[in-house]
Design a protein around this ligand. Sequence first.
Ligand SMILES: [Zn+2]
Length: 88
Amino acid sequence: MDSQTTDIQNNRRRRTIERVKTSWIWEFFTSEDRDGVKWAVCKLDKIGTDTPCNKQYKTGGSTKNCIDHLLNKHQISKDGVKEIQVIF
Ligand SMILES: [Zn+2]
């Protein structure tokens, strides 16, 4: 007998959790609130220097710019250092 059990029944948990700032980028960015607008400020130093990067992005729900920035300017990606991935 083919015992192919389907336990995909209780798989529908409620997902009303709003996407708060759980992104990995917040290890490297500081979140700032200015006039109701969320900004992300880069905490890292410019690569190879002691100069703070301080790059700032508006993060209207998207952290894509920050991710691009980390990747391009600091060679950091979600899975660690220097793993280039295409985001589009
Ligand atoms: Zn930076």
